[in-house]
Design a protein around this ligand. Structure first.
Ligand SMILES: NC(=O)c1ccc[n+]([C@@H]2O[C@H](COP(=O)([O-])OP(=O)(O)OC[C@H]3O[C@@H](n4cnc5c(N)ncnc54)[C@H](O)[C@@H]3O)[C@@H](O)[C@H]2O)c1
Length: 442
């Protein structure tokens, strides 16, 4: 099938590439000319495992192309996916101006002789956005165009987006017309995954409700981690014990510095706002946010308590990205932590395997040195903080790290370092929701 994807970011680029990979012919559209140009030259605008090779092979097979010409893409493609940003406003409501702008552009590109078109919203939007998109088309498209609007929320995780797209747990399609539903099922037929066929509004709600539930799980285990710290219990063991119950599952029960990234914070806020607008407030999600904010404060408080005064302390931070396997630093808790340490006058060095460039931009104006080697980063440091769960941090040579550092103090904000190994290397090991391990004095 001929598919257009409007918005070539983390979602649009990976989705378009995976559609091409399963045999569709895909045109990826973006209004950022530099991005389109660099994609045409084979340069990747983002880091995502396995994506580059897949783009190169699909471009050379003639199944994938990049353009800024939205109207031409709409002319050629029977299905047009919208994957543009939906950032939060100050008050937590969702900024739908990108969606509105693209819908209008699409409307003005439609002509009655084109035949049937489906507009698919892949961006995360408040319930009833689809019907607003339909209104925009009715308002700005010429009379006689034949279209349906569909919701097809995306559940990929950055860092494993290609895998997630090719192996989805389920595909949610919200359509109020059987014709649109049947065509959408043909798009996804090669993926061999269960399809959840629902109405438009339910599909939109599924995405906000799903992300908010995952954030709730994270805040729940983080709240439990605070109790564990007081009680001398181990949150990892507690998570294992409760996670083995199939009704609960172990997924998303990792205590740490809290959730971040471009989705959870904004989607929780967005869902709170939607529910309030509809007169069915979700107070529970306000507590989820409160716990999330408290988690990083509690961690900072523990570093402060240990070091007494942070001013002029040399603190090394491993991790800048919001999670492993990505260069994305949007709403990254690691960035927040680094900023807070800098504001308190600490001398911060930071290292991230993929987010050095995006991190430098996010931290511009802050007095932080971004290193290109994880061991250089810890040289003469008085504290090492692990802020992102990259595997290479878990596999680090801790003896070497200890030798390079000035003081043997390790704060693991992601519980990824093996505590006993840290102890054997001579560290005092602080983690989240677990007892601090201290070397016995000889
Ligand atoms: N990033 C994720 O992990 C993820 C996962 C699921 C859903 N989502 C949702 O998908 C949507 C997109 O997220 P993203 O992370 O891919 O955003 P992004 O910022 O990485 O990409 C958006 C792209 O849209 C382009 N764009 C903006 N206006 C445009 C226009 N008028 N015409 C053409 N292109 C335009 C931008 O240049 C950019 O390349 C959001 O609603 C987000 O909530 C994101």
């Amino acid at each position: 099938m001929n598919l257009a994807i409007i918005g070539t970011g983390y979602v649009g680029l990976t989705t378009g590439t995976c559609f091409a990979e399963v045999g569709h012919k895909v045109i990826c559209v973006d209004n950022n000319e530099a991005k389109v140009q660099s994609l045409r030259e084979g340069k990747m605008p983002i880091y995502e495992p396995d994506l580059e090779e897949m783009i190169v092979s699909n471009v050379s097979a003639g199944r994938l192309e990049f353009t800024t010409d939205l109207a031409a893409a709409v002319r050629e493609c029977e299905i047009v996916f919208i994957a543009v940003p939906t950032p939060p406003h100050e008050d937590g409501s969702v900024d739908l101006s990108y969606i509105e702008g693209v819908s209008r552009e699409i409307a003005e590109s439609l002509t009655p002789d084109m035949g049937y078109r489906i507009l698919v919203d892949k961006s995360t939007v408040p319930v009833s956005t689809g019907s607003k998109v339909h209104q925009v088309i009715d308002r700005y498209a010429p009379a006689g165009v034949d279209i349906d609007v569909v919701s097809n929320p995306e559940f990929l995780r950055e860092g494993s987006a290609v895998y997630d797209l090719l192996n989805p747990d389920r595909i949610v399609i919200g359509a109020d017309s059987q014709r649109a539903m049947d065509m959408m099922k043909r798009v996804y037929q090669p993926f061999n995954a269960p399809i959840v066929e629902v109405d438009l509004a339910s599909a939109e709600l599924i995405k906000h409700a799903a992300n908010s539930f995952l954030a709730l799980k994270i805040s729940y285990i983080n709240a439990v981690s605070a109790v564990c710290e007081k009680a001398g219990a181990d949150v990892e063991l507690v998570a294992m014990g409760i996670g083995m119950d199939k009704r609960i599952s172990r997924h998303f029960l990792n205590a740490g510095l809290g959730y971040g990234g471009s989705c959870f914070p904004k989607d929780v806020k967005g869902f709170i706002n939607v529910a309030e607008q509809l007169g069915a407030p979700m107070e529970i999600l306000k507590e989820v946010e409160r716990v999330n904010e408290a988690q990083i404060e509690r961690f900072l408080g523990r570093i402060r308590k240990k070091m007494w005064v942070l001013r002029k302390k040399r603190i090394a931070v491993w991790g800048i990205a919001f999670k492993q396997n990505t260069d994305d630093v949007r709403e990254s808790v690691a960035v927040k932590l680094i900023k807070r340490l800098c504001e308190e006058g600490a001398h911060v060095t930071a290292y991230d395997p993929k987010a050095a460039e995006t991190g430098a931009a996010a931290l511009s104006g802050y007095d932080v040195t971004i290193c290109d080697d994880m061991y250089e980063c810890v040289r003469d440091a008085e504290v090492l903080v692990v802020a992102t769960e990259w595997k290479q941090f878990a596999m680090a040579n801790l003896v070497k790290v200890r030798e390079l550092m000035r003081l043997p103090i390790l704060f693991d904000g992601r519980n990824i370092i093996h505590g006993e190994n840290a102890l054997h290397a001579g560290f005092e090991y602080h983690s989240v929701g677990r007892r601090t391990l201290r070397p016995t004095k000889s």
